[in-house]
Write a protein that binds this ligand. Structure first.
Ligand code: NAI
Length: 434
């Protein structure tokens, strides 16, 4: 009998297994495919490696090789850490058969606890014709790196815009068809407006408020836009319309904890309705992000080790790795207003930022949302080169509940993008004093 059986070797499952094993528990980790999960093998890492290297006329086989080198180096590192921590890695699909039992590799495994970290898979929207040859998911597109004559993307969420950016950077024709009124609708309005402008400048055709009716052979995508029916042919159609929890086939009949729309329901300690079974990451809902799964995995491991969790769970920053990058954490001004929270904002436009000018950077900004009465930072939105790094300072401030005055205490080095934080805070303080 193991102390813990972890199902899923993505960022969440690996983080939980390592923390639990280092804390003294005996742990087996089941992974049907490759260690590292979607993030490392088919998601964040290959996408960012691609975005880093792609250019017009680039050598695609060399790019694919370099991406594979990065992925396999990181995977070997992760496997080495698991081995060093004495986690038993079982390369097999696991099925939960009871509160303490799992079947995998033709064997029955017993554990005091089971932690589900099964992640998510691309969700295909109910559009007729998505099985037409030439229609692919992000998994398939990334597994076959090559230029495309015309990449038409259904869905302008984070996956849609990042992959659009990659193929645009290679000089390919790209079209995005998004059902909602704006791209990346879960991000701050100004961030998504700025991104849409950059995509169009780079040559993308963007249709928002556009409902896809069907995909015809070709493939040809037929959609309604501003009352008219349009049809566009492409050599590749990418279906990037969201992901769903990978909970199908995870349980034998009668062994599943309570679920809602395929997501596992959990309490504040990540326990499911079956007390010996915990669940974390994409499969429990909320933001489907590697760093959220990792944080939840560490938190759940500390719960099982019986110690106060060291890992915080909020805020979860969101980043988009386009050029410029976008990043946000906490509340946007729209979200705060919708909740009736009185706010002021402080903004710095990066046009006069020395580092931006030195690096020939594109337009960008840092926008901070403060509580109007207390001056506490409630949210931050950043659009600039390396915004995904800059957001961490602001996420720290958010997690500590720092005020505008406290954010002015550190002296930020010159010339850096971070100086824009100082200026946005100063603008916020001015607004607070009015
Ligand atoms: P998403 O939910 O972010 O976006 C899907 C988009 O497709 C939505 O805007 C939706 O309105 C649109 N859509 C749905 N059905 C449609 C239809 N029939 N016609 C046109 N548009 C339609 O999902 P996405 O982009 O697939 O990403 C999945 C998850 O992976 C997200 O949770 C995302 O946060 C995560 N991810 C994060 C990344 C990052 O942090 N940089 C990178 C890639 C993915």
């Amino acid at each position: 009998m193991y102390d813990l059986l972890v199902i899923g070797g993505g960022p969440g499952g690996c983080a939980a297994a390592l923390r639990a094993a280092r804390g003294g528990l005996s742990v087996a980790l089941f992974e049907a495919r490759e260690v590292g999960g979607t993030c490392l093998n088919r998601g964040c890492v290959p996408t960012k490696a691609l975005l880093h290297g792609v250019r017009p006329g680039c050598d695609w086989p060399a790019l694919a090789q370099e991406t594979e080198r990065v992925v396999s180096t990181l995977r070997a590192g992760q496997e080495g850490q698991l081995r060093a921590a004495k986690v038993e890695l079982v390369p097999a699909r696991a099925v939960v058969t009871g509160p303490h039992t799992v079947e995998a590799g033709g064997k029955r495994w017993e554990g005091e606890h089971i932690l589900l970290a099964a992640g998510s898979v691309p969700a295909l929207p109910p559009i007729p014709g998505l099985d037409t040859p030439g229609v692919v998911t992000s998994d398939q597109l990334l597994a076959d790196l090559r230029p495309r004559d015309h990449l038409l993307i259904i869905g302008g969420g984070v996956i849609g815009v990042e992959l659009a950016w990659a193929w645009l950077s290679a000089g390919c024709r790209v079209t995005i068809v998004e059902a909602l009124e704006r791209l990346t609708a879960n991000l701050d309005r100004e961030l998504s407006q700025g991104l849409t402008m950059e995509l169009k400048k780079a040559g993308a055709a963007v249709y928002t408020g556009a409902s896809v009716l069907r995909v015809e052979p070709g493939p040809r995508v037929v959609f309604t836009h501003k009352g008219a029916e349009l049809g566009l042919s492409a050599d590749t159609v990418l279906a990037a319309a969201g992901r769903r929890p990978a909970t199908e086939g995870l349980f034998s009949p009668g062994a599943a904890p309570e679920m809602e729309r395929g997501f596992l329901k959990v309490d504040g300690s990540f326990r499911t309705s079956v007390p010996s079974i915990l669940a974390i990451g994409d499969a429990v809902g909320g933001a489907m992000l590697a760093h959220k799964a990792e944080a939840e995995g560490k938190f759940a491991a500390d719960v099982l080790l019986g110690r106060p969790p060291a890992q915080g769970l909020a805020p979860i920053p969101s980043c988009v790795y386009t050029d410029p990058e976008l990043a946000q954490a906490g509340l946007t001004a729209d979200e705060a207003k919708a909740r009736g929270i009185p706010i002021v904002t402080g903004k710095c436009v990066l046009g006069g930022n020395a580092r931006t000018l030195i690096q020939g950077g594109k337009r960008g900004f840092v926008k901070l949302v403060f509580h109007k009465e207390t001056g506490v930072l409630l949210g931050a939105q950043v659009c600039c080169y390396r915004a995904s790094d800059l957001i961490s300072e602001l996420a720290l401030a958010l997690s500590l509940g720092l005020t505008a005055e406290q954010l002015l205490r550190p002296v930020r080095p010159h010339p850096t993008f971070a100086e824009a934080i100082t200026q946005a805070v100063e603008a916020g303080l001015e607004a607070l004093e009015k």
